[in-house]
Design a protein around this ligand. Sequence first.
Ligand code: SF4
Ligand code: SF4
Length: 164
Amino acid sequence: MKFEHYGIGIAKGMALTFKHLFRKPITTQYPEERLTVSRRTRGNELVWDKERCTGCATCAKSCPEGCIEIITSRGEENNYIVDKFEVDMGRCIFCGLCVEACPFEALFMGYAYERARYRRQELVMDKEALLLSGERQPSGYARPKIEAGLPRQTLLLDRDKVKK
Ligand code: SF4
Ligand code: SF4
């Protein structure tokens, strides 16, 4: 006859339950408390460096969703002037192929993850919305030089170190 028939199984289960009752919770009280995401995160925005972009449209050609639209005109030095650079983040699948394909390191995945909107049209990012600026933090995804300078990801194990 097995011991469980004498209630040992229940006792074991209850012991485990009680053990967890006294453990420190590892949940995060978002949005009051935010964890630092992975340095290589593929957030829900793209970041564009206007100065480095040549308007070659390699990123747009690499996008499997066709959600990057670029319109260029010819400049005085036979260069491209980017008149329109628009990304429909509502269709983007955050694959990062456009970032990997950019030969001039002018496009980055963003660090942001709070871009929920009520209307799909509001997810379309134009040149100004994509522009690399102080507010927009590029992710280190496919950009090892940037990755090295980004803060370390907060793991739930390190939760005690998270500033509240
Ligand atoms: S991340 Fe992928 S789906 Fe999104 S714009 Fe870039 S290539 Fe297209
Ligand atoms: S691939 Fe890079 S350089 Fe070419 S248009 Fe896209 S962002 Fe600009």
